[in-house]
Design a protein around this ligand. Sequence first.
Ligand code: ZN
Length: 425
Amino acid sequence: MYVNGIKTYFNLKSNLKKPLSELKEMQWRSFRDLVEFAYRQVSIYRHHFAKTGFSLENLRDPSDIPNVPTTTKSLFQQADAQDLISDQLHIEKLVRKRTSGSSGSPLDVYYTPEDRIYRTILHLRILFYNGMRFRDKMAHISDDRNVPDFRYSFQRLGFLPKEFVYAADSAGDQLDRLAAIDPAVIYSYASSMVLLASEVETQGSCPIKPKIIFTTGELLNSDDRALIERAFSTKIRDIYGVVEMADVAWECPAGEGYHINIDSFHVEVLNDGKPALPGEPGKLVITNLHSYAMPFIRYEVGDVVTAPIDDPCSCGCTFPRIGVLQGRADDWLYKADGSKVSPLIFVVASIKGVLQYRMIQKAYDQLAVEILPGPDYTDDTLPDVKKHVLEVMGSGVNVEVVKVDIIPQKSGKMRRVISEIESSP
Ligand SMILES: [Zn+2]
């Protein structure tokens, strides 16, 4: 397995500097193969294509790509899981990942064990390209208190060592733990790093000296970036991931936008259904070229980015670059003692029976959680949600969990977390 993994890594690494025309040709072939596959072997696409009048004759060259109908999360959510998956595969043999993303409404995504390894390698390519080394110790600031026991055998040999820090602990405790780990690399949600950076500024000195901080999630704006980089005296490399897929785009050392993983994804940026001009904002539509278990073809992600620029980047990578328009969609929450909590560290949407959720903090000690029940809702759902929210928020906050029939949504993205506390930024 490792031999194949290493081979895949070096193949992917060699793609970083291939001529763009060659990469685009490769990308087109992968796109067409995936659409053909889905047309023949995946029930939901057979129906979706038939309903929209698309057939394979409508896809002869890259200019025909807009003929392929787009897909959405709600299309997938309404389908039976087996209909989303290749006829050739059994659902029990696949890796299942429940995702919620920023919409607060979950979708189960299935992929093969091989594809999981591919995603990991794709992730490592970003880390290595940005200067991480094989023996660098990473601190992963995680929303999971139960740190996985699992270690790859190469990790037991001291390669890619990784330690976890629980993001809901107090910022002071997290910093103490980071000081004990002494990481070369940090991987974290941007919002968790903002809290840690504020704590560093309060304490007046930083106990660690990481060489790179990788952030992910959607909360990084320029003020937050500056704060984190100042507090830790290092650069951030932000990674743009789509929870249903993997790492789609990433910042390089030159800091001139986010390189699209063009060998693994086909990315479109659309304005009123038409391609936006390079550099112009539009809606992101992505095809995951490796999603053969559960294909994602022209999937409307719901994020707004700037359209790809093909000009070569000064870092030497030929992958086109998009601009990620990062805005803070959700408010911060506060613990009873007034310390901030990142909205990203809640995993409410992964709890069985939750279709959508929304949290409204009315005061430091008052938090309401609204749950829109899903088909697998049981009497345990609300107590399970309460237990999780209390675990993150700590004592002193009165958490009220209620079942609702509808969660109001303004145009665009739903806000999962609303703070009515005046001091909220
Ligand atoms: Zn670059």
